[in-house]
Design a protein around this ligand. Structure first.
Ligand SMILES: [Zn+2]
Ligand SMILES: [Zn+2]
Length: 115
């Protein structure tokens, strides 16, 4: 069960694995990388000790305490706070859109013309 939305974690890729992928993407944007990563690491630290987490399909560790949607939504909030430009936001949606049912942040992104 996801710690944020309280729904079953379908497609359980843990926040650590997603963070690794975000870090790989941000090689292109070193300034953003430097600002965003400490924020994500703080978040990971907070959920690290959850013992009832779902097993991640990528790393096989029991670390999927927060679902990919809630985690990427958190990342998105941080990108907004850091005033990331539209190119970055669009790329983020291209690579990390876990809003599989188009009921969450996809709507906002569409409204803003990002996707
Ligand atoms: Zn969730
Ligand atoms: Zn993982």
């Amino acid at each position: 069960m996801c710690d944020v939305c309280r729904e079953a974690v379908v497609n359980p890729i843990c926040p650590s694995c997603i963070t690794t992928e975000i870090e790989a993407w941000l090689v292109l944007y070193p300034n953003l990388n430097r600002e965003l990563m400490p924020r994500l690491e703080r978040f990971l630290e907070k959920i690290k000790h959850k013992t009832d987490a779902t097993k991640c399909i990528q790393c096989k560790n029991k670390r999927a305490a927060v679902c990919p949607y809630c985690f990427t939504s958190h990342v998105l909030d941080n990108l907004k706070e850091l005033k990331s430009n539209n190119v970055i936001m669009t790329e983020f949606f291209e690579f990390f859109n876990f809003d599989l049912h188009h009921t969450g942040y996809t709507k906002e992104a569409e409204r803003l013309g990002l996707i």
